[in-house]
Design a protein around this ligand. Structure first.
Ligand SMILES: NC(=O)c1ccc[n+]([C@@H]2O[C@H](COP(=O)([O-])OP(=O)(O)OC[C@H]3O[C@@H](n4cnc5c(N)ncnc54)[C@H](OP(=O)(O)O)[C@@H]3O)[C@@H](O)[C@H]2O)c1
Length: 278
């Protein structure tokens, strides 16, 4: 595990890279600053050659993203929360499922670090999100609802209607629609169902799992992907691990940009973290 320290200089360089400028690590940076660059530069750099979708989930040691009652605000420690806000600042858009929007009423803004606010997107196939939800408030940031029904939204909110099969909208159609809106670099923020849909569809290029040292006991799990019966069939992404003081981030490299479907990794793929688990 490498300790990552996002100094002001590192963050300024990452924001510059994200804005399309030439930026890179400086020769004199210490290892912690270089580690921070390695963690965030893929998010800052990609998206210009086509859609780049990444997810981040903050979870407990026992893999929960909320309590049974839906309390999820304090799962991540202070550095995990700053990490989430950095991920938002580097994205063109942040996407949540309607259950997160209903349960948490999140603002989805960048408040804990310097940086731009991404467009806010809610997947609400059945039109359940109330008009006064915080994600829809008019604050100069684009607000988009993806739905599978006819449902008028407040003035200024963009609506994307997509077909659903058995209640589910194809994640690839969502990716295409967002790219059509000029939103190529997209953070899928949660909850677990929403991330799992994109993961199972092989559309995530990167997955950050930020683990905080608390044990909840029960509650929704972070990644509710299609289960496997044999460990040989488990997804074993190439993973780099970064210490952010209060939280540990597993940076999982998934499908290369543009691939339509990621096959589960072959068992012969060398992967140090999975090997030590086994
Ligand atoms: N710790 C964290 O990092 C974190 C982050 C975000 C959220 N959370 C927590 O996660 C919990 C909510 O997560 P969740 O997994 O239950 O729900 P969720 O992912 O927030 O929302 C799922 C719902 O969104 C809609 N949806 C998402 N993708 C869709 C698709 N491809 N097609 C059609 N509909 C789609 C569906 O709405 P319908 O139900 O209307 O069909 C689906 O049931 C909350 O407790 C929240 O606090 C934690």
């Amino acid at each position: 595990m490498q300790r990552a320290e996002v100094t002001d200089e590192v963050w300024a360089a990452l924001l510059a890279l994200s804005a399309g400028k030439r930026a890179g690590p400086r020769a004199g940076w210490p290892p912690e600053a270089r580690a921070a660059w390695a963690l965030y530069a893929p998010l800052a750099a990609d998206g210009r050659g086509g859609p780049y979708l990444f997810a981040q989930v903050g979870q407990s040691l026992d893999g929960r993203i909320a309590t049974l009652s839906g309390d999820s605000t304090a799962i991540s420690g202070p550095d995990g929360l700053r990490h989430l806000h950095r991920c938002r600042a580097l994205a063109d858009a942040v996407v949540v499922g309607v259950r997160t929007a209903l349960g948490d009423d999140p603002r989805l803004t960048v408040r804990l670090v310097e940086g731009p606010n991404p467009a806010r997107v809610v997947i609400d196939p059945r039109g359940r999100l109330p008009d006064d939800a915080q994600v829809l408030r008019a604050d100069g940031v684009r607000r988009i609802v993806i739905q599978a029904c006819r449902r008028p939204r407040p003035r200024g909110v963009e609506v994307i209607e997509l077909p659903a099969a058995d209640g589910w909208i194809a994640p690839a159609a969502i990716r295409t629609a967002l790219a059509g809106c000029g939103l190529a670099r997209v953070l899928i923020e949660g909850g677990g169902v929403t991330i799992a849909r994109f993961l199972d569809a092989g559309l995530l290029q990167r997955l950050h799992v930020a683990i905080a040292p608390l044990i909840i006991g029960t509650g929704p799990s972070g990644l509710r992907t299609a289960p496997v019966t044999r460990l040989a069939d488990a997804l074993r992404p190439e993973t780099h691990v970064y210490g952010l003081d209060s939280d540990v981030v597993f940076d999982c490299v998934l499908a290369p940009a543009g691939s339509a479907r990621m096959s589960r990794w072959p068992t012969l793929q060398p992967e140090p973290i999975a090997a030590s688990r086994a």
